[in-house]
Write a protein that binds this ligand. Structure first.
Ligand SMILES: C[S@@+](CC[C@H](N)C(=O)[O-])C[C@H]1O[C@@H](n2cnc3c(N)ncnc32)[C@H](O)[C@@H]1O
Ligand SMILES: [Zn+2]
Length: 283
């Protein structure tokens, strides 16, 4: 495994905050304790080795990889890449961070816009992202890390993507450069309504995300909406497994979905772009 100098200079030890160096096998911090984090053969580093549980399971990761690989969310990936291009247009060698990157569907796409780092607490997801990047010859750095304690120095990132993962506003503000941007991906009100119509008698529209940034400056909103036709019970099951409904739907309601061969459903993703600084704090 190799780690670019750009990534190495942005990284800091998640335990003591010191700078790090990499010898090809392990990442060492330069602090007094010389904390050490080994690289996995599949091409990622575990920067949260004490974290045992949490993040998505292998089953959920497999389901999401299979589903995303079919391109149902390609429009969302295109929109994210075009926003990144727009906001990073005038920057040389920007650093992009995918916080809660899952198995790297968007991370690997963002590699075309600069140096990209994907962080997630799910080891299975990070491993899947690293393997996909390697398979496709994409240069992306992956690590197991919590998004409330990103292993990055202050003001080291040009862009943070936070797509359908918890939004740690303070932490994202800490790692973003003053002129950096945060892109938050959230479910629009009709997201997966077709799926919910099958599962529930009275499906309700999605409420806005409750954890949107409150002290950053909203620069732009973009909405990606389409209806997709999902064919085959495997893809339908894969979509279901990557939703929160998977964990809170009764057996009887699950059976309704399992009986389908085709599902038509809305994809409705809201992308909100924030500047790090609120207008009143600009100096
Ligand atoms: C719904 S998935 C979205 C993954 C990816 N961003 C995407 O859109 O395909 C949410 C991800 O957030 C991760 N996650 C949840 N809490 C986290 C935390 N505190 N630190 C890092 N990752 C976290 C989960 O492991 C999971 O991979
Ligand atoms: Zn350290």
């Amino acid at each position: 495994m190799t780690i670019s100098n750009a990534v190495l200079s942005a990284l800091r030890c998640p335990k003591c905050g010191a700078a790090v160096s990499f010898d090809g096998r392990s990442l060492f911090c330069t602090g007094a304790r010389r904390h050490c984090y080994d690289a996995a053969a599949s091409g990622y580093i575990n920067l949260a080795p004490e974290h045992r549980a949490g993040g998505d399971s292998r089953e959920a990761v497999r389901a999401r990889s299979a589903f995303l690989g079919r391109g149902y969310y390609a429009d969302a990936a295109d929109a994210i890449a075009s926003l990144a291009e727009k906001y990073l247009a005038d920057r040389a060698n920007p650093i992009l961070v995918d916080a809660g990157c899952g198995e790297g569907y968007y991370t690997n796409r963002l590699a075309e816009c600069g140096t990209v780092c994907g962080f997630d607490l799910s080891r299975a997801a990070v491993e899947a992202g690293a393997k996909a990047a390697r398979r496709r010859g994409i240069d992306a750095f992956y690590a197991v890390a919590g998004l409330y304690n990103l292993p990055l120095f202050e003001e080291s990132a040009d862009l943070v993507l936070n797509h359908f993962a918890p939004c740690a506003e303070e932490e994202f503000s800490r790692v973003l450069r003053k002129d950096g941007v945060l892109i938050v991906g959230a479910a629009g009100e009709t997201h997966l309504l077709g799926l919910k119509r099958v599962l529930y008698d009275t499906p309700v529209l999605n409420a806005p995300r409750a954890d949107l940034p409150c002290s950053m400056r909203l620069l732009e909103k973009r909405r990606v909406q389409k209806t997709v036709r999902i064919e085959g019970s495997a893809d339908i099951a894969a979509l279901f497994a990557m939703t929160p409904y998977y964990y809170r739907t009764s057996e009887a309601d699950r059976a309704k979905l399992a009986a389908l061969d085709v599902l038509e459903t809305e994809i409705d993703v809201e992308l909100l772009v924030y500047g790090r600084q609120n207008g009143k704090d600009d100096r």
